[in-house]
Design a protein around this ligand. Structure first.
Ligand SMILES: Cc1cc2nc3c(=O)[nH]c(=O)nc-3n(C[C@H](O)[C@H](O)[C@H](O)COP(=O)(O)O)c2cc1C
Ligand code: SF4
Ligand code: SF4
Length: 316
């Protein structure tokens, strides 16, 4: 597997890549990447102001090489389409532009883990939740609900409670004896990543950085009746519609698998959300204005894809 590399001759030691590395895989002086921790997310490559990080060539993909409007080294174009809410939307409106805009949005979106200390305006929030009701839903049941914790202090209350829960679990699971069992079960890399999370949690309680909800000004939880067969799918689709819509409005977001797990097993956390009876949270993401600027998209290799060819006489 190939990993990004930092050219120490070009690097100015600004620290931006280290600050944005979720895996804490970048060491300073000189800035280098630890491959045993790196998850190949590409944030270091996307954020570096002087293009000192090279991305593995094996990750080149035909979208990026032929059509991508923000190839390596170029700046992100502005994200406001100029298409505004209100009035009767027209489906046939500039389809070429819509495709280009959406492709660019998907290509350049990064999970945001650094936020400005700025609340999301109520009208922007309203715009997001209004459009969310247009997400498709199995049998059109539309039973999903959206609970938004609005405000950094309020998000931090939930974060602290969740961190206490995980820190307790980590103390039990990551002791010197069970560590070897974990190594056998999960492998060396995952065990080291878990140990990294535990160290970050310890630092959080000493006033350090919040690795769970990233001091975001809002936390969005999407939930639905636990027992319905389409609930999970509905919530994931609805969540990603909101994430992409938010991105188009200049809002960054980051999914949170930890909180989905914690909310499933910690009744105290669930009570804080005051969920409707019988509901379970299937998708959680932080939301807010990014405090980090990504300068280029991150090429990703194509997923394993098979296209079963249709009959040659079928019109294209
Ligand atoms: C289901 C899911 C759960 C995730 N959970 C977390 C999480 O708990 N914490 C986090 O920082 N990022 C989380 N992420 C974000 C991924 O780490 C991120 O999508 C991946 O590293 C690729 O980076 P990118 O989104 O910037 O392209 C999650 C993403 C998904 C899809
Ligand atoms: S690719 Fe992601 S995980 Fe790896 S060093 Fe860069 S920012 Fe860190
Ligand atoms: S962002 Fe670029 S210049 Fe800054 S420390 Fe990282 S590699 Fe060096």
């Amino acid at each position: 597997m190939d990993y990004p590399k930092i050219d120490t001759l070009v690097c100015t030691s600004c620290g931006a890549c280290r600050e944005d590395c979720v895996a804490q895989a970048i060491s300073p002086d000189p800035y280098t990447i630890r491959e045993d921790l790196c998850i190949r997310c590409g944030h270091c490559y996307a954020v570096c102001p002087v293009s000192a990080v090279s991305w593995p060539v094996s990750e080149i993909n035909s979208y990026q090489t032929t059509e991508n409007p923000v190839g390596p080294g170029e700046q992100n174009p502005g994200r406001d389409t100029g298409v505004h809410f209100g009035g009767e939307p027209r489906r046939d409106e500039v389809p070429g532009q819509a495709a280009r805009f959406l492709e660019n949005l998907v290509y350049t979106r990064r999970s945001t883990r650094q936020y400005q200390n700025r609340r999301i305006a109520p009208e922007v929030m309203e715009r997001l939740v209004s459009l969310a009701s247009y997400a498709p839903s199995g049998t059109n049941a539309r039973v999903a609900g959206i609970t938004i914790i609005d405000g950094t202090a309020e998000v931090q209350e939930l974060t602290r409670c969740c961190m206490q829960f995980f820190a307790g679990a980590a103390r039990i699971v990551l002791n010197p004896v069970t560590r070897w069992v974990l190594m056998l079960l999960l492998g060396r890399k995952t065990t080291r990543q878990l140990e990294g999370y535990r160290r970050s949690m310890d630092r959080y309680f000493r006033g350090g950085r919040d690795i769970l909800t990233h001091h975001a000004p809002a936390l969005v939880c999407i939930h639905a009746p636990a027992r319905l067969p389409v609930s999970r799918d509905d919530c994931l689709i609805l969540g990603h519609s909101m994430v992409l819509h938010g991105e188009s409005l200049g809002l960054g977001s980051c999914y949170n698998g930890f909180l989905v797990r914690a909310l499933a097993i910690h009744p105290g956390l669930r009570r804080r959300l005051q969920l409707p009876r019988g509901h379970r949270v299937f998708s959680v993401f932080t939301l807010g204005y990014p405090a980090v600027r990504y300068r280029r998209g991150v090429p990703r290799s194509k997923l394993v894809t098979r296209i079963i060819p249709g009959h040659p006489e079928t019109p294209a």
